[in-house]
Write a protein that binds this ligand. Structure first.
Ligand code: PMP
Length: 354
């Protein structure tokens, strides 16, 4: 830390992103990316947009918004685009949290929530999961806090039903509830259908996972027009050009290819069930996942050893060092071939230690 660094950030512990190795070719199952390339329509549109990079991007994202509204049936004033859904979440911390509206989220969840809270000087409460790693919706009812609820949760992959979330919205009428649906397209019920019913609901989604565009950094929030206006106040006070022209164009191309996205999601779901079954037979405990990743713990071998031995064999998974989840690894779901390689390498590792 330099002597110039603001005292505001003395205690800030930044988020640690998953490894993005550049040295060797891994079977990369550590950051929940899609194993499939973006839609050809997205690639073509991005290349075309590159020809006009001398111009600023459209701060209103008009063409993308129109296409989005056509596909999702929302109004133009009900959506905001951002530089990844991470930016939607940060905007939400800035816009909807303060001393009178502290944040609340699960104690085992997306590691960026506490970082955003600290960055914005927002008090927060981490609500413990049940011992089986599920979220108890009752813990969030009537708590008068701005709630960040990932659905499905990360890194567990466990999903809540829409009917579990409705009481949370109803009993916290003076706070915004942000449902983070980064992984919703792999089998979870979306809350998008409820944004007109609950003025305090903001749904965050992303093009990073089901839409194969993590590198484009394109996310969005959907909610009541007044919430969206507040988020726009933050956006226009930080970076009006937060979506670059190529990502915007790629997003439009991608939204013209819904069949491609749907097919990829179904393949990931099938590969997930295949992997879960194979790993359970090998002594792994795995909560039921509705995401494009699974959270696994072995009866005998500890999480760090499995992570390290897989990495030595060219397979990268995500290991978290926090003591309460250190026994686990989070494994992204890739192609059938990638998952078979994972299983083969695990067989080697388990054979070695038997
Ligand atoms: N929410 C959750 C739960 C996530 O795991 C991630 C991805 N790391 C995000 C939001 C943000 O994704 P992106 O910024 O790529 O949209």
């Amino acid at each position: 830390m330099s002597r110039f660094f603001s005292v505001k950030y003395n205690m800030l512990e930044p988020y640690t992103p998953g490894e993005q190795p550049q040295d060797m070719q891994y079977v990369k199952l550590n950051t929940n990316e899609s194993p499939f390339p973006p839609s050809p329509k997205a690639i073509e549109a991005a290349a075309k947009a590159a020809e006009r990079l001398q111009l600023y991007s459209d701060p209103e994202c008009r063409t993308l918004t129109e296409k989005f509204c056509e596909v999702f049936g929302t109004g133009k004033d009900e959506v905001i685009f951002a530089n990844g859904s991470d930016e939607v979440l940060n905007f939400a911390f800035m816009a909807f949290c303060d001393d009178a509206h502290p944040a609340a989220f699960p104690n085992i969840t997306y590691g960026f929530y506490p970082v955003f809270a600290q960055l914005n000087g927002v008090p927060y409460r981490e609500i413990p999961l049940f011992h089986d790693l599920t979220i108890n919706p009752e813990d969030y009812c009537g708590i008068n806090k701005t709630i960040f609820l990932p659905n499905p949760n990360a890194p567990t992959g466990i999903a809540l039903r829409r009917s579990d979330i409705e009481p949370i919205l109803r009993t916290n009428p003076n706070n915004v509830v942000i449902v983070d649906e980064a992984y919703v397209d792999f089998g979870t019920e979306s809350c998008l259908t409820m944004t007109r019913k609950y003025e305090n609901l903001l749904v965050a989604q992303t093009f990073s996972k089901s839409r194969s565009m993590a590198g484009a950094r394109l996310g969005y929030g959907v909610g009541n027009p007044e919430l969206i206006r507040d988020l726009n106040t933050i956006k226009y006070s930080t970076n009006p050009y937060n979506i670059n022209s190529m990502s915007m164009a790629a997003g439009i191309g991608e939204l013209s290819d819904e069949e491609y996205t749907r097919k990829n999601c179904r393949t990931i779901e099938e590969n997930r069930e295949f992997t879960v079954e194979a790993l359970r037979r090998r002594g792994f405990a795995i909560p039921d996942s509705k995401a494009n990743f699974i959270f696994v713990k072995h009866v005998m071998l500890d999480g760090e050893t499995i992570y390290r031995k897989l990495k030595e064999r060219g397979v990268l998974v995500r290991h978290f060092t926090r003591p309460i989840i250190a026994d686990y690894n989070r494994i992204s779901i890739g192609t059938r071939e990638q998952m078979q390689t994972l299983i083969d390498k695990l067989d080697e590792i388990l054979g070695e230690t038997a």
